[in-house]
Design a protein around this ligand. Structure first.
Ligand SMILES: Nc1nc2c(ncn2[C@@H]2O[C@H](COP(=O)(O)OP(=O)(O)OP(=O)(O)O)[C@@H](O)[C@H]2O)c(=O)[nH]1
Ligand SMILES: [Mg+2]
Length: 236
């Protein structure tokens, strides 16, 4: 195994030309994340003042975030005020899938950006009527890496991993799992057909996300959905 991590990451910045040493890149990254953290704190304060609980759904492309939200809205929208922000590089497809009477939905298109950030959330919120909203669902861009670095001001981060992706994903993409409040193992209806080893996946989730509550469900059949809905009802 070749470990390509730059050992200078853990050392003081080297002297000399900052461009040649790579120092400017690191400084810029820190500034972007600092700025994002400030905006995330503003979002968090906004949610607190309004009595909104915000959930940030993250996963690989196609793990089933929109399908999970469709079924969740179908079960809860008449009972709890909900709104949705959904992020993709392009298209408003997911917003169209999630639209239903009484649920404000706004699509955020990021252009080329591989994650949502706190400023995008603030702009998205300005486009939503939020009176009576208690739960805000944020569907992040499908990507198991970048969204982990960007706090949106959410109250809960929910990481999905599906039975079609392989049991090892929690170990390969640790930040997405170690920063999750809950992990949802989804598409369990196809686990057997995929010869997916549920016990191995459970162990890997436990190792990567010992702090997280874990749900196993199918957004297609509804299996395992009651526990998930109870979790959401307890949050509001
Ligand atoms: N069998 C099965 N299929 C599912 C389930 N959840 C989602 N799917 C299917 O998986 C595919 C992708 O689902 P989406 O909900 O679009 O996934 P996503 O995470 O929102 O995708 P992106 O927004 O592109 O990242 C669709 O064909 C869904 O019908 C499930 O629980 N079981
Ligand atoms: Mg989606």
């Amino acid at each position: 195994m070749v470990d390509v991590r730059d050992p200078s990451d853990t050392l003081p910045p080297p002297p000399g030309d900052p461009v040649k040493s790579g120092r400017r890149t690191v400084d810029l990254q820190v500034r972007i994340l600092d700025e994002n953290d400030r905006r995330a704190a503003d979002n968090r304060a906004f949610f607190r003042e309004r009595g909104i609980r915000a959930l940030n759904f993250v996963s690989s492309p196609g793990s089933g975030k929109t399908t999970l939200l469709q079924r969740t809205l179908g079960a809860l929208a008449s009972e709890i005020g909900t709104a949705v922000l959904v992020g993709d590089l392009e298209t408003a497809n997911d917003a169209q899938r999630l639209r239903r009477p009484g649920v404000p939905v706004a699509q955020i298109t990021t252009g080329g950006t591989c994650h949502l950030d706190a400023a995008m959330i603030a702009r998205g919120l300005a486009a939503l009527p939020l009176d009576g909203v208690r739960l805000l669902f944020i569907e992040n861009v499908g990507n198991l890496v970048c969204p982990a670095s960007f706090d949106l001001g959410e109250n809960r981060r929910i990481t999905l991993v599906s039975c079609t992706e392989g049991e090892d994903k929690p170990l390969k993409y640790p930040p997405m799992f170690s920063s999750a409040h809950a992990v949802i193992l989804t598409k369990i209806d196809v686990a057997a057909a995929m010869e997916f080893d549920l016990d191995l996946a459970r162990n890997n989730i436990r190792r990567a996300a010992p702090q997280a509550e874990v749900f196993e469900l199918s957004a297609r059949t509804g299996e395992g959905f009651d526990a998930w809905l109870s979790y959401l009802r307890a949050l509001r």
